[in-house]
Structure formats: C-alpha cells, structure tokens
Design a protein around this ligand. Structure first.
Ligand code: OFO
Length: 167
C-alpha cells in the first residue's frame, strides 16, 4: 500500500474513533439532561462511527498495511443546550467529509483505484449523515429557545432521523 494512502487511512481510523467517543459523550450529556430521544440518537451514532472505524481497520489489514490504533483526544463533555449540541454534530460530520474527500483526491493522485473504490461507501455515508445533521439543526433553529418545542424534538428525533434515511 502506498505510504501516503496508508497514513491517510490511519488518520481516518482516528477521526472515526474520535467521532464515536464524541457522540458517546453527547449521548451521555443528553441522557443526564433528560433528553432520552436525543441520547438514543447519539448512542446509535456512536455505534455507527465505531463500525466505520473497524471497517477501515479491517480493510488496511486486508491490504497488508500497518494499522495504528490511535490514542484519542478527550471529548467535549458538556453543552449549553440542544442547539450547541447539534451545531457540534454538524461541524464534526463536515470535518469528516472534508477528510474523506482529501483521501479520494490523494487516491486519484496515486492511482490507487482500489482504495478509491472502497472509500465510495464513506462518501455516500457522509452525504446521508450531513443531511440528517442539517435537518435536525434546521428544526432546532425554528424551535429556538421554546421548551415545549425541545420536548417534541426529543420525542420525535428518532422518527425524523429514520424518515430522512429512507429518502
Ligand atoms: Fe463515519 O460517518 Fe460520519 O463521521
């Protein structure tokens, strides 16, 4: 495996792992604040990111690359409210998308069509996750500081996210 691509894939393993623990911290914060639906949403997101990480670990090993299981930064533990929580969620997804686009670019530079092909799954996954994050943040922006709006958002979040994924 090309050394640059190998390094980028290892970086990506870290970004997916970092997203996984960040979303776990978000889930835990929401749980403690009494937002059970939001907590469930982020517990699920955290699991998903973990599978994205493992998929990369397995792929690098299959291609006889060297996997470096990374040390992670401490996740942000607390938020001012649901708006900040979902702003950070969208930021995190946008960051991951940029990194994936960078890998795709480098794959083309190095003519590594195998990794390029493998990464297409991540491209569609990011498209979907960014869309869900934007939809949820748009709804929160409409709700503003309204407490009963937050109650309904928390009650409906899993349905909203699921209906988005079916589109
Ligand atoms: Fe790994 O899917 Fe988002 O970040």
């Amino acid at each position: 495996m090309n050394a640059t691509i190998e390094e980028l894939l290892n970086n990506q393993i870290k970004f997916e792992a970092q997203a996984s623990i960040q979303y776990l911290a978000m889930a835990s914060w929401a749980d403690a604040e009494g937002y059970n639906g939001v907590a469930e949403f982020f517990y699920n997101q955290s699991e998903e990111e973990r599978t994205h990480m493992t998929k990369l670990v397995k792929f690098v090993n299959e291609r006889s690359g060297k996997v470096i299981v990374p040390a992670l930064d401490a996740p942000k533990p607390a938020y001012n409210g649901l708006n900040e929580l979902f702003e950070k969620f969208l930021e995190s997804e946008e960051f991951v998308t940029q990194q994936i686009n960078h890998i795709i670019f480098e794959c083309l530079q190095h003519k590594d069509y195998n990794v390029h092909n493998f990464m297409q799954w991540y491209v569609s996954e990011q498209l979907e996750e960014e869309a869900v994050a934007r939809t949820l943040l748009d709804k929160l922006n409409i709700i503003g500081g309204d407490k009963s709006g937050h109650y309904l958002f928390d009650r409906d979040i899993l349905t909203i996210a699921a209906s988005h994924e079916d589109e």
